[in-house]
Ligand binder design. Structure first.
Ligand SMILES: NC(=O)c1ccc[n+]([C@@H]2O[C@H](COP(=O)([O-])OP(=O)(O)OC[C@H]3O[C@@H](n4cnc5c(N)ncnc54)[C@H](OP(=O)(O)O)[C@@H]3O)[C@@H](O)[C@H]2O)c1
Length: 280
């Protein structure tokens, strides 16, 4: 029997790309889906697209800016008020940004969204996940993590020239270190955690509305070589459904994959957790 059976599943970034397809496929499988989207209009549109195909789908929409601490707090309060438990949390919302930006609370934006968004929401929802045990947290990471090392003396990239891919890779390495430490900390609570690489997927990822060469080139590459969002959601859906998950592990193409050496450093994972806690 699939692990998803009877589980309520929360998915961030559920209106587009991999998150939308994950929501659609898990709804088709009969799960109750909490779609967490940044924008109400885009979320409503995504929900309508799923409902058109699956009129009986069990869907709820919540909005939050995952780069904002106060917005995540508000979302968590609403979810705690609405539900007694959550069985699966899929941290998926993220992106790569061509210009240096900061979050409301002054963090480098990519780190603030891609890592702290996962960290903050997970932490805030742990009581609901504990109530839904056996439960699961799935973190969408990336093979891009392989080029990265965490520089604790400059986590917010203030001392270096801003390079989009470099800060993105670090945030995806942070996803793996977070997964590793989270798995250790929540195992006894009946919560399992895993991370994944979805493949190179043709989504809105990396594409902005501007016309600069780098965004156009990225989109052209994704159009030519990227897999479809439907294919890109396969490993996330697999991790939600499989009966047997290796706690703290990294997956790609629905099988275990060894992450970079930097992602296997338990001491770095512990230190990142402590820093994230102080930032949260
Ligand atoms: N595409 C790839 O090749 C690839 C490869 C490896 C890993 N990934 C990872 O896959 C995940 C999903 O990306 P995707 O490819 O599906 O891209 P996408 O189509 O751009 O979807 C990203 C989702 O995240 C949401 N999001 C972005 N910023 C947000 C914020 N501040 N608050 C709340 N939601 C926010 C987006 O909402 P809006 O629609 O409102 O912007 C959208 O729903 C990301 O974590 C990415 O790092 C993607």
């Amino acid at each position: 029997m699939a692990f998803t059976r009877g589980k309520r599943i929360a998915i961030t970034g559920a209106n587009s790309g991999i998150g939308f397809e994950t929501a659609r496929q898990l709804a088709a499988d009969g799960s109750e889906i909490i779609m967490i989207c940044r924008n109400r209009e885009r979320g409503t549109d995504a929900m309508a697209r799923i409902r058109k195909e699956l009129p009986d789908a069990s869907l709820a929409l919540f909005t939050a800016d995952m780069a904002s601490s106060s917005s995540i707090q508000q979302l968590a309060a609403e979810l705690h008020q609405q539900y007694n438990d959550i069985g699966i949390l899929i941290n998926n919302a993220g992106g790569m940004f061509y210009d240096a930006m900061t979050t409301d609370d002054g963090l480098e934006y990519t780190f603030g969204l891609n890592h702290m968004g996962y960290f903050r929401l997970t932490r805030a929802l742990l009581p609901l996940l504990e109530a839904g045990r056996p439960s699961r947290i799935i973190n969408v990471s990336s093979e891009a993590h392989r080029t990265a090392k965490l520089n604790f003396s400059d986590l917010q990239n203030q001392k270096k020239k801003y390079r989009a891919f470099s800060v993105y890779s670090q945030s995806k390495l942070a996803n793996l270190l977070f997964t590793r430490e989270l798995a250790k900390r929540t195992e006894e609570k009946g919560i399992e955690t895993a991370a994944l690489h979805p493949g190179f997927v043709n989504t809105n990822f990396g594409s902005l509305t501007d016309s600069r060469f780098s965004t156009k080139a990225f989109k052209a590459l994704a159009n030519t070589f990227g897999i479809t969002p439907e294919q890109g959601a396969a490993t996330t859906v697999y991790l939600a459904q499989t009966e047997k998950l290796t706690n703290g592990a990294y997956y790609a193409k629905s099988t275990l994959r060894t992450p970079s050496k930097a992602a296997q450093d338990g001491e770095v994972a512990r230190r990142l957790w402590e820093i994230s806690e102080s930032l949260a």
